[in-house]
Design a protein. Structure first.
Length: 152
């Protein structure tokens, strides 16, 4: 039962991280139907990610080593899906795709890395993605690794 709980917590952390990072810029793109400046993308995505991390990190009972690491994994693994949703408002992504074509596009958007990076360039969140990655490394080294070793 403990292993099942750990897996569920990791999945939730990934979903929270991805939603916090990609959610605001995806929502703005869907509402406005166009892109925005990289300053808006960077500040919103990084700010929401940091706020969600601080909120989630308050729970000391989480059975995972790195909260920020799992959240960053969600940003990278689910970035293509959020980008595809945002691109739909600009006439790309899922736009005009129905049935199996939409399903194929969804599967392609689940390929981690390249679509997340491409989406971060288009949505103006590339600097935010780099800042969040740096933040994850720093928090793991300074906070999370230290606190987990103190528990033992």
């Amino acid at each position: 039962m403990e292993m099942k709980r750990k897996i569920m917590v990791r999945m939730w952390l990934m979903l929270i991280g991805a939603t916090a990072f990609w959610g605001p810029v995806t929502l703005i793109t869907l509402v406005t139907g166009k892109g925005h400046s990289s300053l808006v993308g960077t500040s919103l995505s990084t700010g929401f990610f940091l706020l969600s991390y601080l909120f989630v990190r308050r729970n000391d009972a989480l059975p995972v080593k790195s909260v920020s690491g799992w959240m960053l994994a969600g940003v990278i693994l689910l970035g293509g899906v959020f980008s595809s949703i945002a691109f739909t408002a600009m006439g790309a992504g899922f736009s005009g795709r129905r049935g199996w074509a939409a399903a194929r596009w969804l599967l392609i958007s689940l390929i981690p890395g390249w679509i997340a990076l491409y989406g971060s360039v288009i949505l103006g969140t590339l600097l935010g993605l780099l800042l969040v990655a740096l933040f994850t490394i720093i928090t793991y080294v300074v906070l999370e690794r230290k606190s987990k070793s103190e528990e033992k």
